[in-house]
Design a protein around this ligand. Structure first.
Ligand code: 4F9
Length: 229
């Protein structure tokens, strides 16, 4: 999978080189290209923003540097990659979207800052607008990293020891609790069934715990599971 990120703050993406995603980049399973669209400003002082038509607070990103950076990426390509704009107005991201997007071979992620990006370039180049939750951030960079992380761990070869099966949301329920040594910690004992070696009972206990925790904390996920069969 190739990710091209259009951003004014490419240095924020340094954290993508740590841990599991970092290993996937090193192993060439994931390619991460950071494009600072400020470099496409034709302004003497490399400005990319201007005051909003109609008035109001804050600044708006001008359409030309975003469009020129986009053209720089796609002009030499035969297959047009899907363009995702990270925005609180987008569809709220979930695991199903992460699995679907993991099937793409190339994605462009557009990160806004300030009060937003001129609507005309969004209308021209964006295929999908995605929100990572109902709160406003200072920019689309952290959402872009969340989306890339969630997509990447669904790509073959990205996870190794870390298992892709049997985790939160893979059966539409929250994960059951996990325990490791010691057997007793601060007077709290590991549930007996997990020490029993009785695999059918362990599986049953875990399934029940998943259901119990999901009913208590996320009843909406129980309803969604019913609708999705
Ligand atoms: C993007 C918030 C996606 C949530 C982008 C300010 C954003 C966001 N999900 N907030 N710029």
């Amino acid at each position: 999978m190739r990710f091209d990120v259009l951003t004014l703050f490419p240095e924020m993406f340094d954290v993508m080189h740590a841990s599991i995603i970092g290993r996937a980049i090193q192993n060439k399973i994931i390619e991460l290209n950071l494009i600072n669209f400020r470099e496409f400003s034709k302004d003497k002082q490399k400005h990319v923003d201007d005051t909003p038509y109609g008035g109001g607070a804050g600044m708006v990103i001008r359409p030309e540097p975003v469009y020129d950076a986009y053209q720089h990426i796609v002009s030499s390509l035969t297959n047009k990659p899907k363009v995702i704009y990270l925005s609180p107005r987008g569809k709220v991201f979930n695991q199903q979207m992460a699995r679907e997007l993991a099937k793409e071979e190339h994605l462009i992620l557009l990160c806004g800052h300030y009060e937003g990006i001129d609507q005309r370039v969004i209308d021209e180049i964006v295929d999908e607008e995605i929100s990572v939750g109902d709160y406003v951030l200072t920019g689309g960079e952290l959402p872009a990293m969340i989306v890339m992380d969630a997509i990447s761990r669904n790509i073959e070869g990205v996870l190794k020891d870390e298992s892709i099966e049997e985790e939160s949301f893979n059966n539409g329920l929250l994960e059951y609790p996990q325990y490791t040594r010691p057997e007793v910690f601060l007077d709290r004992k590991v549930p007996d069934v997990l020490l029993s070696g009785h695999h059918a009972n362990i599986e049953e206990w875990r399934k029940n715990k998943s259901l119990e925790i999901t009913k208590e904390r996320r009843p909406d996920l129980i309803e969604r599971r019913k609708q999705n069969g």
